[in-house]
Design a protein around this ligand. Sequence first.
Ligand code: FAD
Length: 289
Amino acid sequence: MKPAPFAYLRPATLEDALAALAGQQGAKVLAGGQSLVPLLSMRLAAPSTLVDINALPDLGHVTVTGDGDGAGDGVRIGALARHAEVLASAEAAASQPLLAMALSHVAHPTIRNRGTTVGSLVHADAAAEMPMVLRLLEGSVDVASVRGRRTIPAAELFAGPLESTLAHDEIAVEAFFPALAPGAGVAFQEIARRHGDYALVGVAAHVETEGGEVTRARVGFVSVSDVPVVVDVTGAAQDPEGDPAGAALAELEPADDIHATSAYRAHLVKVLTPRVLADAVHHARQRSA
Ligand code: FAD
């Protein structure tokens, strides 16, 4: 199918882009186009105007701040940084290893060459890896509009299926993924029909340890609910007889769709959760050794 007619703007400054969005209720931002263009072609979206942000300056950065000890340390990713650029950054992987672990599962290289990490966050697909990673790491997104700037914590970014809490006239300019603190570890695994497909289920773990013992354990799930979901399983992870997957499933209602049944997704959660937690604890102990 072909998209419905739309006007196309390619502003050269952020101010012009924000003014264009503010002036038209039906306008939409175009970043990498890897999600939006298929939606246009299928006529699942029909914006009056596309505001292409690809000519805006100073938004292509992948910047690492601090050495991982401080509260503001981490990876800052500009709105025009492509998944491939984030994945290729050794500094980003050193600061927050979960970025590269998860990004290597995002689609195929051609899509990662064009799709932006910030665009994936705003698109808010519960089947996408990076929204869940942002939630698990307790990161944030900085957004701008003609009214000024604000920071949206990850816990407040995802409103529903394919729905973020950005207003129609806001542009996400940067995402912040906190660095992995000393004593912490992360891990990620997913099951997809083919490598690069959206996950049937993906699971990431973030653990904090002291003296090798787990003090906090959280697990995030891709493609399980209709929003990116994170469950605290600290108690179950600390108990040698504990069942972290059972603790997680008590808070989840695995989705049932054409890709997998709810029962199969629950099975994958049961299998992957203990594996990923064990990997994260191993990672934390290795980093502390
Ligand atoms: P666009 O498509 O340009 O925009 C997506 C939405 O976000 C639009 O509503 C747009 O208005 C909005 N938006 C984008 N950037 C901003 C911004 N800075 N400020 C405000 N609004 C903005 N993703 C995965 O995570 N995992 C996968 O396995 C996966 N597989 C894929 C397979 C295929 C075949 C394809 C085509 C895509 C796949 N994707 C996958 C999606 C891909 O990662 C997209 O690149 C990403 O979801 C959206 O980024 P984008 O820059 O292309 O955004």
